[in-house]
Design a protein around this ligand. Structure first.
Ligand code: ZN
Length: 324
């Protein structure tokens, strides 16, 4: 077959475009580094506070909190933020305030926005601890869907090379330890926001890292949660005499009661409304549409989270209705 000149030119161009696309698919420019400003709670304790809304390309996944405690024998870190770039930025930020090595990372729960930064800490030689109930979740469909969603929404900060770093030590229940003269208690608080929720209590500085057990200034994320268990676990936070409580999302607080009350009110509202729907044998859509969401509508993350949250509540309440 004989090509005419324009056709030959077209063929050459289409080859060039195909090669370019293949190149783009296999490699892309590394995302630019980020800088994290730390908030100092005490001589020993600092936090990185993310934005209030959901993770987005605009905030580059910086929508959650992480914190750390400096001891005389090393640094204990609680959560590592939601992308590898953020994890690296947090490591650099820690090094600006202490020469102590980063010894230990505690993962509050295996939600993307709290642990996708783990690799940077692993590279520093830190040991990673999490509750054992997270272990089997690492391979579930929901877990893979979350990863795909992040790869889509936060590309290139989360890409095909995202590492899912498991814990080096899987904890089972409350755990006490001491490092460099500071005493710590890891408090198991699940099943609540997830099956594997843990809190970290740093005794001498009196700081409680609460993970996603309560939210400040945004609609909580309830998907996959156990609402009744969550309500029961909230009391574990109020019995400690904390100088500061650091939530998983929102500003650290000397008085966590407003945030705790807001989270509790929201969970109770979901359960009451979806419970009525389930009792009346309504479909989820019918149950959802008849609720007046007015009080919550103006809060950050309402659009992203509320309907899915309500669905989780509906399923849980439906199970309870069936057992009545
Ligand atoms: Zn979470």
């Amino acid at each position: 077959m004989k090509y005419t000149a324009p056709l030959r030119q077209f063929t050459r161009w289409s080859w060039a475009i195909a090669l370019l696309l293949m190149g783009l698919a296999s490699a892309h420019a590394a995302p630019p580094a980020m800088t994290i400003e730390l908030k100092k709670l005490s001589e020993q304790v600092y936090v990185a506070v993310g934005e209030a809304g959901p993770a987005s390309s605009a905030n580059r996944g910086f929508n959650s909190n992480a914190g750390f405690v400096i001891t005389k024998a090393g640094v204990v870190v609680f959560d590592t933020l939601g992308t590898p770039v953020l994890g690296e930025a947090l490591v650099r930020a820690i090094k600006t305030v202490t020469d102590q090595p980063i010894k230990l990372v505690i993962v509050s729960h295996y939600h993307a926005d709290h642990f996708y930064g783990l690799q940077a800490f692993k590279d520093q030689g830190a040991e990673i601890w999490a509750d054992v109930k997270a272990r089997h979740e690492l391979g579930t469909d929901l877990f893979k869907q979350r990863l795909q969603q992040r790869q889509r929404d936060l590309f290139p900060d989360v890409d095909e090379n995202q590492k899912i770093v498991p814990a080096d030590r899987w904890l089972n229940g409350d755990t006490h330890f001491e490092m460099g003269g500071t005493h710590f208690k890891i408090i198991y608080a699940g099943p609540a926001h997830t099956a594997e929720d843990i809190l970290l209590w740093a005794q001498e500085p009196r700081v409680l890292f609460a993970g996603d057990l309560f939210f400040q200034g945004r609609v909580p994320y309830v998907v996959g949660a156990n609402l009744r268990g969550w309500l029961a676990s909230m009391d574990k936070m109020t019995t400690l005499d904390a100088a500061w409580v650091v939530p998983g999302h929102g500003q650290p607080s000397k008085d966590p009661m407003p945030g705790i009350t807001m989270t509790r009110d929201y969970l109770q509202f979901l359960m009451a409304q979806m419970g009525r729907g389930a009792d009346d044998m309504l479909s989820f859509d019918e149950a959802y549409d008849r609720v007046d969401w007015g009080r919550w509508k103006s809060m950050p993350a309402f659009d992203a989270a509320n309907r899915l949250n309500a669905y989780t509540a509906y399923l849980e309440m439906q199970q309870e209705t069936l057992k009545k």
